[in-house]
Write a protein of this length. Structure first.
Length: 219
């Protein structure tokens, strides 16, 4: 079964390049394109894609606001941000709007495809460049972590939950975390639910946003 994809970018050359890359994948079908936010909202209603590749820096309504509005109307649709911005706060805003992934344009087509396939598996995906930026922020606050200066919610997390949180914040999937910690993937999902409850978060996207803003990284 193909992943039905819509491309949203105000640059025609970028859309043509993306279409060319994605049409080489046997399980991906580009069904629509939009050049701006209003067009994206309209096309989503008409073409009901499974996934939208969303630019952020568009004139008028930016990709963050488009994502927020679109997912309010179509919560089952997955959004992967494709952006020139390698800024963790912009990434956090996009994830908070409900995106399932964030890839910078310089990362290349293979990275985008990985993010798209992760999204349809209900996983959160950050490209390595964004993960590295998060890692640098995490190292900057690692001294505080060693001294036990954690946010109040983090203090309630058990040792295994903290390990899972750190790996989630590094962009690892449930399967990858399970292999790393030698536990079942279902156990990872239980830990993730418990972490969200203790941190008063209500979705994997909010958990990803929390991780980005806090600059968490695997030591």
């Amino acid at each position: 079964m193909s992943i039905r994809v819509m491309l949203v970018d105000d640059h025609r050359i970028m859309r043509e390049a993306l279409r060319s890359v994605l049409e080489q994948e046997p399980d991906i079908e580009v069904v629509a394109e939009a050049t701006d936010g209003i067009g994206a909202l309209r096309q989503a209603n008409e073409d009901t894609p499974d996934l939208i590749v969303m630019d952020i820096g568009m004139p008028g309504m930016d990709g963050i606001e488009v994502t927020r509005r679109l997912l309010k109307e179509h919560p089952a649709v997955k959004v992967v941000a494709l952006s020139t911005y390698s800024d963790r706060r912009i990434a956090a805003q996009m994830m908070d709007a409900g995106a399932s992934g964030y890839v910078i344009k310089a990362a290349g087509g293979d990275e985008l495809v990985r993010a798209m396939r992760a999204a349809v598996r209900d996983e959160i995906y950050l490209c390595p460049e964004i993960a590295d930026i998060i890692g640098e922020a995490g190292r900057a606050r690692s001294g505080q972590q060693r001294r036990g200066q954690k946010r109040p919610g983090e203090r309630r997390l058990g040792k295994r939950e903290r390990e899972v949180l750190l790996l989630l914040s590094d962009g690892k999937s449930a399967a990858e975390i399970a292999a790393r910690l030698h536990i079942a993937a279902a156990t990872v999902e239980v830990h993730q639910r418990n972490i969200m409850r203790k941190l008063n978060l209500h979705s994997p996207a909010q958990l990803a946003t929390y991780a980005i803003l806090q600059g968490l990284a695997v030591p």
